[in-house]
Structures are given as C-alpha cells and as structure tokens.
Design a protein around this ligand. Sequence first.
Ligand code: CTP
Ligand code: MG
Length: 274
Amino acid sequence: SGAVAVLTAAGSGSRLGAGYPKALVELAGCSLVGHAASRLCATGEIEGLVVTAPAEHLATFHAALAAAPGLTVPWQVVPGGTSRQASVAAGLAALDEARDPASVYDVVLVHDAARPLAPPAMMRRIIFAVRSGHSAVVPGLAVTDTIKRVDAALPGSAVTVPAALGATAHGTAAYGAATPDVAGGVLLVAGTVDRTTLRAVQTPQGFAWDLLLRAHAAGAGRAGAEATAATDDSALVEALGESVWIVDGDARAMKITTSQDLALAQILVQTEET
Ligand code: CTP
Ligand code: MG
C-alpha cells in the first residue's frame, strides 16, 4: 500500500490571462505543473500520479511533464472536468483504473498546479499525518488580515466613486456572483471575525483513499442537485460529517492566481533551497 496523487491542472487561468493554460506558464524554465509534479515525486512517498489537463491540450501537458525533473513514478495525463471538483473526480477514477486490484492505496494527495512551489517537506507532513490515523489532513496558515463579515448592500447606499479611486476592485467579477455587487458602492460591516480561529488552507490535501472516494461520490450527487462545486476536497469530507485536520502549511505553497502572484513565485523560486 502506498501514496498516490491527483494534480489538478485543467483550469484555463483566466485571471492570470497568459492566453494559454496557467499550468503551462514557466517559472525558472519549468512549467508550473512540472514544478508541482517534481515536488510530489521528491517526497519519495508517491507511487503514482495523475494530472488533469484541459482536454484540448493533452499532448502539450504530456510534453511539459516529460520535461520536468525527477518524475520517477508512473504518471499519466487525463482530461479534466468543467469544475475543479469534476477534475479531481476524473483523476481519482484514473488512479482507481490503474490500481492493481490486489493492492490498495493508503493515502491520496490532491494538489493544484496553481501551487507549484509547495515544498516536499510539507507534503510529507501531510502523508504522515494521514498514515497516523487522521483520515483527512489539510495544510493551513494563520490569517494575517483583519477579516470583516459584511451584509448585503443597503438600498440607496450606492455612492458614485470615481474610477480613479479603484471602485472596480470590489466588483462582482472579483468576488463571485453570490456576493453583493458593491462596485461604486459601500457595504455595511456585520461584524469582525476572530481571526485566531481561522486558517487559510492550501494544497496538497491528504486523505485516506477510501474516504476521498466516498466524499466525491456524495459530492457528485449534491453537485447534480444544487449545481455548485466545492472549492476544496476537504469540504466534501466535512459534508460527510467526518473530521478534517490541519497541519502547518508553508508560505511557499502560495497560490498563483494573478500576475502579481506569479511575480512573487518568481522571487521564491530563486531563493529556494534544493
Ligand atoms: N482546475 C481543474 N479543472 C477545472 C478548474 C480548475 O483542474 N475545471 C484546477 C486548476 O488547473 C488549478 C486548480 O484547479 O490548478 C485551482 O484553480 P484556479 O486557481 O482557479 O485555476 P484556474 O481555474 O485555471 O484559474 P482561473 O479561475 O483564473 O481561470
Ligand atoms: Mg478557477
């Protein structure tokens, strides 16, 4: 029994805006998906890897991974789905397909190519925590910003803010449709959250294989009914009523969403100890 990994890379990277899939963007001469795959293998614990890619770019992803250093375990590229959750499910199905029926996987890591510099030492913490009996383990960092809860915008509260003052930074495009549209307006604060009780979570997330399969099966049923996908895998485990545990995350596991994040990753990769 060993550990396997699903590496999600099937997103388009619309917020980064490279004009091609985000996971193929290069950092220090290696694709983001290649960086993430190399680090998963560098744990020395992974025995199989499935990468989800946009269906129309499978060959390019295959070439990017073939060029990545240290991919010493069997790996394959499969088409992702229309949501991250669907992509993870596709990766799990491919791993199950590749499994020797006589053997079982003990741990599955689910990782995002959007976090290319997540260090192997952090990944090992997660694998060992799962093996010690914590069936769902996610890396988390303390929150440094003060966090406010907001109410819906009050009727008549919209104010005209000159574009030069940056009103669009709070528009619906940045926050998603479920959040009130406050472009050019103001929001009423409903309260301040006690940030000592909060953790910002990263990937990879680690699970007992059977538990993650069960969580995704239940999640697929709900997604059909409610047409919403979870933003991470541990939320699917929480929805089953099972415990999720947090271990220390790492600043280097930062997520690349915008070009500003990519610029930070460029600095981090130069100062990385190998
Ligand atoms: N992902 C995926 N399948 C999808 C959507 C996302 O495998 N249908 C993956 C992405 O490739 C990424 C991770 O999920 O590694 C987190 O998603 P995100 O950072 O949002 O990446 P993108 O969806 O590519 O970016 P954007 O939302 O800006 O388009
Ligand atoms: Mg996305």
